[in-house]
Design a binder for this molecule. Structure first.
Ligand SMILES: [Zn+2]
Length: 424
C-alpha cells in the first residue's frame, strides 16, 4: 500500500527525471578510470556540490597514506550527512565513482553520456554512476516532496571499488564513518536491476603457487628438473581432484547466475622459464608461478579452502621428492550475506512490490563489491545492493542503463528511505 505522502515522493522523482539524467551525463563525462584512478576529485566535487545544495553536511575524505594515493591521482571520497530529528536510525547510500577502462569495440563515445532510445550510454552508466544518480535523486525527491525525516540520511561516493575499495569504502569504515554506532542500514546501488535485492557475495581467495625446479642445459633436460613440468603436474591435479570436488559444492545463497552457486577455481595467469623474445637461452626452467582465483562459498570455512591447496602440494611432494612448490596468499575476502529477515531487506522488498506490483527477488553476487568493507571493517550487519542496470552490461563495450530502470530504482530508494527512517 502506497500512502499519499509516498505517492507525492514518486511524483517528485518523475519531475526530477531530466535533472537526474543531466547529472548522470556529467558524471559519465568525467573519465574516472581505475587504474590508475583518474578524475576522482572532479567526481567527488560534482556529487559533493549536489549534496550541499540538498542540505547535507558535506565533507571530503582523502585516503592520504594509502599506497595508491598520490598528488597526481588523489583518492578523494565525499561523505554527506542530512541529520534528521534524531541521529538514529541512519540510512547510508554508498556508490563508487571509479570505472574500469573502456576497452575496445565501442560504437558510441564511452565518456559521452549519449542518450538514445530510452537508454543512457557510457562507461559506468550501469556500474555504477547510474546508481549514484538514482540514490542522490532519491534524496532530492524526498526534499522536493517536503518530507522531513525522523532518522538521518547519509550519502557517500567512494573510490577504488574496482581495485578492492581499500582507499574508498574500507577507508571510510576505518575512519569510523561506517560503524554500528552511527550506521543502521547501507544501500549500495550496484546494478542488480530495479526488482532485485542483492544480499551479499561469495568469498575470494587469490593465491600464488610457485614450483621450484633445478636448472640445466636445455640440450640435456634430464640433468635438471623443469619447474614448468612440475606446474603442469600441479595443474592437472587441480583439474582432476579439485575441480570435481568444487562442482559438487552448492551454496544455499541465491547467487545469480545459478552456475555460480558452485565453488569455482580459475587460473588467472602463469609465467615461467624463458620469456617471449628472449631467444637463445637454452635452460631448464627453475621457476614457474601461477596465480589462482578460488571463489568460495559461505558454507566453506576459509581454513578448509586453504588446507585443500596445501594438501594437493603435500601429496605431490610425498609422491616425488623432486617436487617443490610454495604457496603464497595474495588476497582473502570472506563471503558476506545479510539476513533476509532484517528490517532493511524486508522494507526494501515491500517497497519494490508496492511500487512495481511484482515481488522482489533476492539474489547474491558471484563477485565481490564494497559490501565486504561495510560488514568486515564497519561491522554493520544490514547492507544490501540495490540499483538500476544489468550486471551483464558492466565492464562491456557499449555499456548502457535503461533510463526507466534509473527512475524506478530512484523511486524505490526514496520510499524505502522514508519507511526506514520515518517521517515527522
Ligand atoms: Zn560496481
Amino acid at each position: 500500500m502506497i500512502t499519499p505522502l509516498e505517492q507525492r515522493i514518486v511524483e517528485q522523482v518523475r519531475v526530477l527525471r531530466d535533472d537526474m539524467i543531466g547529472f548522470l551525463r556529467e558524471l559519465i563525462q568525467i573519465p574516472s578510470v581505475n587504474p590508475p584512478g583518474e578524475g576522482y576529485l572532479d567526481c567527488a566535487c560534482l556529487v559533493g556540490d549536489r549534496l550541499s545544495a540538498l542540505g547535507f553536511e558535506t565533507r571530503y575524505v582523502t585516503a592520504t597514506g594509502h599506497p595508491d594515493h598520490s598528488e597526481e591521482y588523489p583518492r578523494v571520497n565525499v561523505v554527506g550527512r542530512l541529520p534528521g530529528r534524531s541521529p538514529m536510525p541512519t540510512l547510508h547510500f554508498n556508490g563508487h565513482t571509479d570505472v574500469v577502462p573502456p576497452g575496445e569495440h565501442w560504437t558510441v563515445d564511452p565518456f559521452g553520456g549519449e542518450v538514445k532510445d530510452g537508454r543512457i550510454y557510457g562507461r559506468g552508466a550501469c556500474d555504477m554512476k547510474g546508481g549514484i544518480a538514482a540514490a542522490l535523486f532519491a534524496a532530492a525527491a524526498l526534499r522536493e516532496a517536503g518530507v522531513s525525516l525522523r532518522g538521518s540520511l547519509e550519502f557517500s561516493a567512494t573510490v577504488d571499488e574496482e581495485t578492492g575499495g581499500f582507499a574508498g569504502m574500507d577507508y571510510l569504515a576505518r575512519e569510523g564513518l561506517i560503524s554500528p554506532e552511527r550506521t543502521s542500514y547501507v544501500i549500495i546501488p550496484e546494478p542488480f536491476g530495479p526488482g532485485r535485492i542483492c544480499l551479499g557475495h561469495r568469498g575470494v581467495y587469490w593465491f600464488r603457487v610457485e614450483t621450484i625446479g633445478r636448472t640445466a642445459h636445455g640440450s640435456m633436460p634430464f640433468l635438471g628438473v623443469s619447474a614448468i613440468s612440475q606446474m603442469e603436474r600441479f595443474l592437472s591435479r587441480v583439474s582432476s581432484d579439485l575441480v570435481q570436488a568444487l562442482r559438487a559444492r552448492i551454496t544455499d545463497m541465491p547467487v545469480d547466475p545459478p552456475e555460480a552457486r558452485r565453488a569455482t577455481i580459475n587460473v588467472n595467469g602463469i609465467t615461467g622459464g624463458q620469456t617471449d623474445g628472449n631467444v637463445g637461452s637454452p635452460c631448464v626452467a627453475d621457476r614457474c608461478s601461477a596465480i589462482f582465483d578460488r571463489r568460495f562459498l559461505i558454507e566453506e570455512p576459509f581454513d578448509d579452502v586453504k588446507k585443500e591447496i596445501e594438501t594437493l602440494i603435500a601429496n605431490l611432494t610425498a609422491e616425488d621428492r623432486d617436487f617443490k612448490a610454495e604457496l603464497t596468499d595474495l588476497m582473502v575476502v570472506h563471503p558476506v550475506e545479510t539476513d533476509p529477515d532484517t528490517e532493511l531487506v524486508g522494507t526494501a522488498a515491500r517497497t519494490i512490490e508496492d511500487l512495481t506490483g511484482v515481488p522482489a527477488e533476492h539474489v547474491a553476487s558471484p563477485g565481490t563489491y564494497d559490501h565486504k568493507h561495510v560488514h568486515n571493517t564497519g561491522r554493520v550487519k544490514q547492507c544490501i545492493a540495490y540499483g538500476p542496470g544489468l550486471l551483464n552490461l558492466a565492464h562491456q563495450p557499449d555499456e548502457y542503463c535503461e533510463i526507466e530502470h534509473i527512475v524506478r530504482s530512484c523511486e524505490v530508494m526514496a520510499v524505502t528511505a522514508a519507511r526506514l527512517l520515518g517521517v515527522n
